[in-house]
Design a binder for this molecule. Structure first.
Ligand code: SF4
Length: 188
């Protein structure tokens, strides 16, 4: 149905009147935000993309994410999210998202699905082999022998999404492995 200029102006005047009389906008017939999330399970989380660490609210229905938005009560972002954080919903609900470990053996062109147990054992075994193969126990410096206990075959790189405690644990782990090449993504 078309709307005449006269009716449009009449409608606008009535809406403005609603504001003037009540001191606030007339209540909408349906609050879309409320309807969209009503009855859904609510949990909070932190955006994993960067070190700002914005708080998010996640709405789920039967275990499936149906909405993610900024947490207005979070002290970091007070409800706002950048473009990446705002698109987080698409990470959770994406048919291209990998949910199982994919492994491609050396010189193979085929990806195989592996369990987490197999994967963690494989990583631990390779790390141990690499450390044993490259471990430097002592080093001569200016004619003197020093104990250095250094692992020259590995490096460790932190990411901006890591928090304080994670950085602490990772650096302790790296030192225990003898890793000297310990860096952060933001510095390279
Ligand atoms: S929403 Fe943006 S700014 Fe906030 S943590 Fe995520 S990526 Fe960083």
């Amino acid at each position: 149905m078309g709307i005449s200029r006269r009716n449009f102006l009449k409608g606008s005047a009535l809406a403005a009147g609603g504001v003037a009389i009540n001191g606030k906008p007339a209540k909408a017939s349906a609050d879309s935000t409320e309807l969209r999330t009503k009855g859904l399970e609510v949990t909070t989380t932190v955006c994993p993309y960067c070190a700002v660490g914005c708080g998010m609210i996640v709405h789920t229905k039967n275990g499936k994410v149906v909405n993610i938005e900024g947490d207005t009560e979070h002290p970091i972002n007070e409800g706002s999210l950048c473009a990446k954080g705002s698109a987080m919903f698409q990470v959770a609900n994406n048919e291209r998202r990998l949910t199982k470990v994919q492994y491609r053996a050396p010189k193979s062109g085929v990806w195989e699905e592996k369990s987490w147990d197999w994967t963690m054992n494989r990583i631990a075994k390779l790390m141990k082999e690499t450390r044993d193969r490259n471990f430097v126990k002592e080093e001569k410096i200016k004619g003197e022998m020093y104990t250095v206990n250094r692992n020259d075959g590995m490096a460790m790189l932190g990411g901006a999404a890591l928090d304080n405690e994670e950085c602490y644990l990772l650096s302790k782990f790296a030192r225990a492995m003898g890793v000297g090449y310990l860096e952060h993504q933001a510095r390279i």
